[in-house]
Design a protein. Structure first.
Length: 159
C-alpha cells in the first residue's frame, strides 16, 4: 500500500556515509520532532536525477531551510558509497544523501519501481514529500518517467 498524506512515516533505517564510513540512521532519528523534506530518485548519477532533480534541491536548500525545514534528505536505492560520491559531485553538502540499498524502505513506503526488465532491478519512484513530526503533510509522486511535480520549486510552494 502506498503512503499518503496524513499517514505516519513507517519505521525503518537508511544508510549514509558517516565520519568513519558507512553508517545507518533510523527513521525515528530522521523524522521525530522535525520538519523534513524527503525526495527520492530512481538512481544516483542518472541523467534526470543528476541534471535536474538533485540540483533543484541543492540550489534551493537555503530557501527550503528558511521555511522551517530541519533537514533535506535525498534517498535512492543505492549504497552509501555511491550516494556519498554523488552528493560530493553535486555539492550537496546541505542534503543528507540516504541509501536504501535493498529498497526495503522504498517498499515500506509503497513507492518502489520495478525496472527488472530493463536490467535495473527495483528502484524508487521519483517523488518528494514533506514530513512534519513523522506525519506526511505533502506527497508529490511523478506519473511515469517524468520530472514535473517532485522538484524543490514545488516543495517551496507547499511549505
Amino acid at each position: 500500500m502506498t503512503i499518503k498524506v496524513g499517514d505516519s512515516i513507517p519505521a525503518g533505517s537508511l544508510g549514509h556515509m558517516g565520519d568513519k564510513g558507512p553508517d545507518s540512521i533510523s527513521t525515528d532519528e530522521l523524522f521525530n520532532g522535525k520538519k523534513v523534506v524527503l525526495f527520492a530518485v530512481p538512481g544516483a548519477f542518472t541523467p534526470t536525477c543528476s541534471e535536474s532533480h538533485l540540483p533543484s534541491f541543492v540550489a534551493n536548500a537555503d530557501k527550503i531551510k528558511a521555511k522551517g525545514v530541519d533537514r533535506i534528505v535525498c534517498m535512492s536505492v543505492n549504497d552509501p558509497f555511491v550516494m556519498s560520491a554523488w552528493g560530493k559531485s553535486q555539492n550537496a553538502d546541505q542534503i543528507l544523501m540516504a541509501a536504501d540499498g535493498s529498497a526495503a524502505y522504498t517498499k515500506a513506503l509503497g513507492l518502489e519501481l520495478d525496472l527488472m526488465e530493463r536490467g535495473l532491478g527495483i528502484r524508487s519512484q521519483r517523488f518528494s514529500m514533506i514530513v512534519d513530526n513523522g506525519k506526511v503533510t505533502h506527497l508529490n509522486v511523478e506519473e511515469g518517467p517524468t520530472y514535473e511535480v517532485s522538484s524543490a520549486e514545488k516543495i517551496l510552494e507547499q511549505l
